[in-house]
Design a protein around this ligand. Sequence first.
Ligand SMILES: Cc1cc2nc3c(=O)[nH]c(=O)nc-3n(C[C@H](O)[C@H](O)[C@H](O)COP(=O)(O)OP(=O)(O)OC[C@H]3O[C@@H](n4cnc5c(N)ncnc54)[C@H](O)[C@@H]3O)c2cc1C
Length: 262
Amino acid sequence: MKILICIKQVPGTTQVDIDEKTGVLKRSAVAAKMNPYDLFAIETALQIQVNYGAETTALTMGPVYSEAVLREAFSMGIEHGVLLTDRIFGGADCLATSYALSQAVKSLGMPDLLICGKQTTDGDTAQVGAELAELLDIPHATNVLEIVDLSENSMIVKSDLGNFTQTMEINFPCLITVEKDIYEPRLPSYKRKISTKDKPIQILTFADMPDQDKNHYGLSGSPTRVVRIFPPVHEKENEVLQGLPDEIAEILMMKLTRLKMT
Ligand SMILES: Cc1cc2nc3c(=O)[nH]c(=O)nc-3n(C[C@H](O)[C@H](O)[C@H](O)COP(=O)(O)OP(=O)(O)OC[C@H]3O[C@@H](n4cnc5c(N)ncnc54)[C@H](O)[C@@H]3O)c2cc1C
């Protein structure tokens, strides 16, 4: 079984700079880290590898220095790494990101299972997994909480759909996005970090994409424009009410009435 895990490097701090002209995040190697949800995606692949046998590959799209997350994946036990990088992919929104990833998958060959994190901590749209599956024309399940069973041609998963959980069987090839807490991600092993520090990483660029139309990638391939990113402004003071619940409820009712908010 072949498993491909999509992982992303995200800013490790909230102090981020924005390109005023394009509205795109100025990414830097300095304070970057692995997207937390993707640690759970990696752990899910490693658990399937241990329990059912599998070959594992991590794929990331980003600037050259985002290879750091592939090295972190190696130190957790992932076997292969692919870096999808080209200035042409820069400024991509969800659709353009999913499209470039789908072209990379077509160039690498379709695996049996693709695993994504539920969402990232920067764009935070939780769109890429589902969009990637649609672009690859394969079934998908999102917010997977549990791998119930796995056989040669399909797997049974349990998804958290808010008010209820759904258990479903899904045929390979397919894509799942995983929730936090599906498994406890193992810590990177120092020994493996040292032994994999020179492990070759496959580089894919625009030239390797089956679709050679530049307009389908990056900023030009993105229908969404991030016009402005700004921290919310706190205009009003916060007031913390003290006392017994009944007293607080009464005071709150009085204040809301005075503010004509009821
Ligand atoms: C503050 C901010 C707001 C944004 N708002 C929007 C918006 O409203 N609409 C929009 O289209 N774009 C938006 N973007 C751009 C968007 O973040 C990027 O397109 C991003 O690459 C993909 O979206 P995401 O981070 O939301 O991914 P999600 O959909 O949240 O990511 C889910 C999973 O997809 C996989 N994945 C995502 N990106 C990559 C990657 N580069 N390489 C490998 N795997 C990946 C990972 O497994 C990840 O866990 C925004 C960016 C920022 C910084």
